[in-house]
Unconditional design. Structure first.
Length: 200
């Protein structure tokens, strides 16, 4: 039986775009499966806060890679196009939809489609109409899928930031649960070594 690894994730997190690519590669290399669990970074009760602009660097300062740049490089993942993704998009419906997809055995396939829709195509994947369209060809009963999302059937499965997520031991997404340990925002090599050790 394949090892199943729980992963805390949310669609609007750039680290999770790296994470879904890591999962695809880890599945191929180690034959493991993943259980994506929705940890909602920006639930309705959390207000959006605009970050303060960074000061301009000195004109003669060489450019240095950001932590995000290093994360892409460390995992061999191509950075998605910038400016395509919808701004200040909440993800509650997308996470509910993923729980329904999991319940009918197509969770990972549907999640990949949502990640691509958001990060590569700029789709507002929290809108039910968009979710319905993206479910075509993946989810067997799209009408039941839409009803599930609209009725919030799987509401209890979604863990919200900050308090509930922190209480569950998740402070960053993605967090991989491997062999009793938590691996948050880790490069591919670290995740691969953890799986290798767990598989013996």
């Amino acid at each position: 039986m394949s090892m199943v690894i729980k992963v805390a994730h949310d669609y609007n997190c750039p680290w999770c775009w790296i994470g879904i690519k890591q999962m695809e590669r880890l599945s191929e290399e180690f034959g493991v499966e993943f259980d994506l669990c929705g940890y909602e970074l920006m639930p309705e009760e959390l207000p959006w806060v605009d970050a303060s602009p960074l000061p301009d660097p000195p004109a003669n300062k060489p450019k240095t890679p950001s932590r995000m740049d290093l994360a892409y490089a460390a995992s061999g993942v191509e950075k998605p196009p910038q400016g395509v993704q919808p701004k200040k998009m909440r993800t509650h419906n997308a996470l509910l939809a993923t729980e329904y997809a999991k319940s009918v055995g197509v969770g990972m396939a549907f999640a990949r489609r949502l990640y691509e829709g958001y990060w590569l195509e700029g789709l507002v994947i929290n809108e039910i109409e968009v979710l319905e369209e993206l479910a075509q060809g993946i989810v067997p009963d799209v009408d039941a899928f839409v009803q599930s999302v609209a009725s919030q059937e799987f509401e209890a499965k979604i863990v919200k930031f900050d308090d509930d997520a922190y209480a569950a031991g998740v402070f960053n997404v993605p967090t991989f649960f491997i062999g009793g340990e938590r691996y948050a925002e880790q490069p591919y090599a670290v995740l691969a070594e953890a799986i290798r050790a767990e598989q013996g």
